[in-house]
Design a binder for this molecule. Structure first.
Ligand SMILES: [Zn+2]
Length: 863
């Protein structure tokens, strides 16, 4: 699964300020099994009026122990009507979360028993009805499921834990004009009379029940193929024209992954269905992924997001091998799904957008991971979820980085031969991390135990403090390396291979060393004083480094280091030299001329941190030559952090009104709000009612009004929050409304009214807005919501955090919030507290807007 990225970030932000725990219902350890569920034939019909499922499932089970006289299935809220075993009715009972079926006679190990269950339900989760209503009368009808982690049981009585696998047949009777998608191959469609049609799908390779899927509704379809395997895309029927432009690279990804892994795409087809109001970013159901429809960007905006949805698409596709073909045995080893899927995003990025773009993404991921301090003490493999979700950035971001490091340390050939062996010996099985280490060792004869001990079973990452001196007499560089992390709990000292590069008058020279102690000194020959010393060339290791360097060396490094990460590090350090004109000139040059987009982006942000007239001049001067929409919008956004600069205000007004790039205009609108320019209110309110694809500029202007903080905007924001407006506009308006007239209870009530709406993202925006607003009168509404039984995976922790924020207003210190600023704590200390909070909220809103995608950091695809 890929979580909706914006919510993920909100969690990270809030975990820092809160000690409130969020309980998870999931079972961290795999269950012991009584029976093997081998096959399920699932027959479903839908009563749309009543949002009801009419179901009939036949399970083929085989006892795994002697004396079995009862079968227990997971079942929540299902009205069980009858149960038959071998065609005869049998007794059953239901509990809050179980269906217990009495067998007519004691089962024998290995025999096959057919259990036929008829039931009905109005599911509160697991299966969702998206239907038109009076506010959205044209919305295409959709029914879709989301099983992970443990929600299949809300619409299907079954064995609902990953450590079992079954084949499936899915028979769906739906209105004749609908399309359906389920796991496996389409076997037939037949006329079911009365304007209905029956679709039969069959999955002949076993997978776990959380990967079972049904999507049905008024969809458009685009068909493609990869080596005769059907590759299909589905959009709600009014957005069919967006499929190819956003999803057309899928066959190329399937091809790359099949070749790189040495194991061909393993399923009979690959479908991707994009659905409205999806409760996550994407979900890798076997052979049939479901993604949020917000990944269907308007074709007019796609050129400005060249990377677009590739992160999401490659992540879910990667899961078809890692997660679906080979599946984690329990939630404690979920990184075997998520870390690999994240790594596969990197593999695609590197192959399609180039190594340097992938490096940039990795460099940012390393920095971001260190900002999420609540993760540091927790290992990747863990079974104690009582304080947070198991789907955290240790299993995603750190898991992906760990696989990257393993590849770097083993070399491509050994690494991929290890993965191939892992996939082959575990094909169709459920695994724990030990299966991976064993497969790697069998294939490569390299022992990786120590690597896994420190990175996967151990917690944290090294924090280095580095310095060096040059001894002119001995002609050598003495490099002192300290590991400063506290060795406690699961965090220890790290043993890591590191490349040290020394550059002097004769050029660069590389020295591989292994760092393993709390304090070590390494010496390297150098005939002359070094111009640059780089520790861990190219940022290969997940680590933080404090390396005190003089300005001269930083200037040299920004210009001359061969690897993106090292130049980016220099740019960040130069950005800390407040108001230094030499630094401004060098960063300006990097912004205009560095060969990578990544360093140019980092240089723009670093200029913002310098916060001087010279830095502003560099940024203004660079706009003209900045062709990439992402770079233009980053420059504009950065300009918005300068206070009281009339030239900048004028430039931002100009860009907001005239610029051809929608991204730059949107950034300008938000910057204008933040800077509170003289014409801000007029410009923003005009932009709200202006025309742009997907309301892209309206939404930016609605957000800008929140930063502006002018109460005149209240009626407009209240209007745009209301049902009937487009959902993304409502999200923007609600979060801005949260920041205005904070003592006005009517506004609090209006926002609280959205907590129970059917639209997932509106609910999430309302929950977060109430926390931001700080009006304690919202607490009962949030507490009531917590008790409702229709909360999906992301919602419960979000509500708890907001209640905590409201109850402990002082504790949610702005300083702690500001630490989540992507530019790091130091840089974010620049403005007043209000500015920092405002910046954070803008950041969150932007995340919100672009939803789970890592978008935009990359240049156009190579031709
Ligand atoms: Zn995933």
């Amino acid at each position: 699964m890929r979580r909706n990225r914006s919510w993920q970030w909100m969690f990270c932000v809030l975990f820092i300020v809160s000690s409130q725990i969020c309980l998870r219902a999931d079972e961290p350890y795999a269950r012991s099994r009584d029976y093997d569920l081998q096959h399920s034939s699932v027959v479903l019909r839908f009563d749309l009026e009543q949002k009801k499922v009419i179901g009939e499932v036949t399970h083929t089970v085989s006892p795994l122990r002697e004396g079995l006289d009862k079968l227990s299935f997971d079942s929540v809220g299902l009205q069980i009507q009858s149960v038959k075993v071998s065609k005869s009715e049998v007794e059953f009972k239901t509990t809050e979360n179980r269906l217990i079926v009495s067998l007519p006679r004691v089962g024998k190990i290995g025999e096959k028993i057919d259990v036929e269950i008829k039931y009905e339900c109005k599911p509160t989760k697991g299966l969702y009805f998206i239907l038109p209503d009076k506010n959205y009368p044209n919305r295409p009808k959709q029914v879709w499921t989301q099983g992970e982690s443990e929600d299949t049981r809300y619409y299907l009585p079954t064995y609902d834990y990953p450590n079992d696998r079954l084949t499936t047949e899915t028979i769906l009777t739906v209105p004749a004009e609908w399309l359906t998608v389920a796991n496996g191959k389409l076997i037939s469609t037949t006329d079911a009379g009365r304007g209905m049609k029956t679709w039969t799908w069959r999955e002949s390779q076993p997978s776990s029940t959380y990967l079972f899927t049904v999507v049905a509704g008024e969809f458009s379809e685009v068909r493609d193929t990869w080596r005769n395997i059907p590759v299909t895309y589905y959009a709600p029927k009014d957005r069919g024209d967006r499929l190819t432009v956003n999803y057309g690279r899928t066959p190329a990804m399937i091809d790359l992954f099949s070749k790189r892994l040495g194991v061909d795409y393993p399923w009979e087809k690959y479908a991707q269905s994009m659905v409205d109001d999806f409760v996550a970013g994407g979900m890798e159901n076997s052979s049939a992924t479901t993604n949020t429809a917000s990944s269907l960007r308007s074709p007019k905006l796609v050129p400005e997001f060249p990377m677009d949805e590739d992160g999401l698409i490659s992540h879910e596709l990667g899961h078809q091998w890692f997660g679906d073909l080979v599946t984690t045995k329990d939630w404690g080893n979920i990184w075997l799904n998520e870390g690999f899927a994240t790594f596969m995003e990197y593999v695609w990025m590197e192959a399609h957008f180039g190594k340097e773009q992938a490096d940039y993404d990795r460099w940012e991921t390393v920095r971001d991971w260190f900002q999420m301090r609540n993760l540091y003490a927790k290992p990747i493999v863990r079974h104690d979820f009582d304080d947070s979700s198991e789907f955290d950035q240790n299993v995603y971001a750190k898991g992906g980085l760990v696989l990257y490091m393993l590849r770097h340390q083993l070399g491509d050939d050994a690494f991929y031969s290890g993965l191939k062996h892992y996939l082959e010996v575990n094909r169709g099985k459920n695994v724990v991390t030990a299966d991976l280490t064993k497969a790697i060792e069998e294939a490569t004869h390299r022992n990786v135990d120590q690597f896994f001990d420190q990175w996967v079973y151990g917690a944290g990452a090294p924090k280095f403090e580095i310095s060096y001196i040059y001894d002119a007499e001995k002609k050598q560089v003495a490099l002192t390396v300290n590991q400063t992390q506290k060795a406690e709990g699961r965090v220890g000292l790290f043993r890591v291979p590191v490349d040290v590069e020394i550059t002097n008058a004769t050029g660069p020279k590389l020295y591989p060393v292994v760092v393993s102690k709390a304090e070590e000194m390494f010496t390297f020959p150098s005939a002359t004083v070094p111009e640059m010393v780089i520790f861990d060339k190219g940022t290969q290791i997940l680590k933080s480094v404090e390396f005190k360097k003089g300005k001269k060396e930083l200037l040299f490094q920004l210009k001359n280091a061969g690897e993106l990460g090292d130049r980016a590090d220099a740019a960040v350090s130069l950005g800390k030299l407040k108001a230094d004109d030499e630094a401004a000139a060098a960063l300006g040059e990097a912004l205009r001329t560095d060969k990578t987009l990544g360093v140019r982006l980092v240089a723009a942000v670093a200029l913002g941190n310098l916060d001087s007239p010279a830095a502003a001049k560099q940024l203004l001067g660079a706009i003209q030559g900045a062709k990439e929409p992402e770079l233009r919008s980053t420059i504009v956004q950065t300009l918005g952090t300068f206070k009281d600069n009339l030239e900048i205000s004028a430039k931002l007004e100009e860009i907001a009104n005239q610029e051809s790039s929608y991204r730059a205009r949107a950034a300008a609108l938000q910057a204008i709000g933040r800077m509170k320019t003289v014409k801000a209110y007029e410009t923003l309110t005009a932009a709200v009612i202006g025309d742009s694809p997907d309301g892209f500029l309206s939404n930016a202007a609605l957000r800008g009004l929140g930063s502006l903080g002018d109460d005149k905007a209240v009626p407009l924001l209240r209007e745009w929050s209301m049902p009937g407006k487009e959902i993304p506009s409502r999200e923007a308006a609600i979060s801005s409304l949260a920041r205005l007239q904070r003592e006005n209870k009517e506004i609090t009530n209006q926002i609280a009214g959205y907590l129970t709406e059917p639209h997932f993202t509106v609910r999430m925006s309302a929950i977060f807005a109430l926390g931001t607003r700080g009006d304690v009168s919202a607490i009962p509404a949030l507490e009531a919501l917590l008790k409702s039984n229709d909360l999906s995976i992301e919602m419960t922790p979000m509500i708890r955090e907001q209640i905590d924020r409201l109850k402990n207003p002082g504790k949610g210190s702005l300083g702690a919030h500001a630490e989540m600023n992507t530019e790091g704590p130091e840089e974010s200390a620049k403005g007043g507290e209000d500015q920092r909070l405002s910046h954070l909220e803008d950041l969150v809103r932007e995340m919100n807007e672009r939803l789970k995608t890592i978008e935009g950091r990359l240049p156009p695809p190579k031709q």
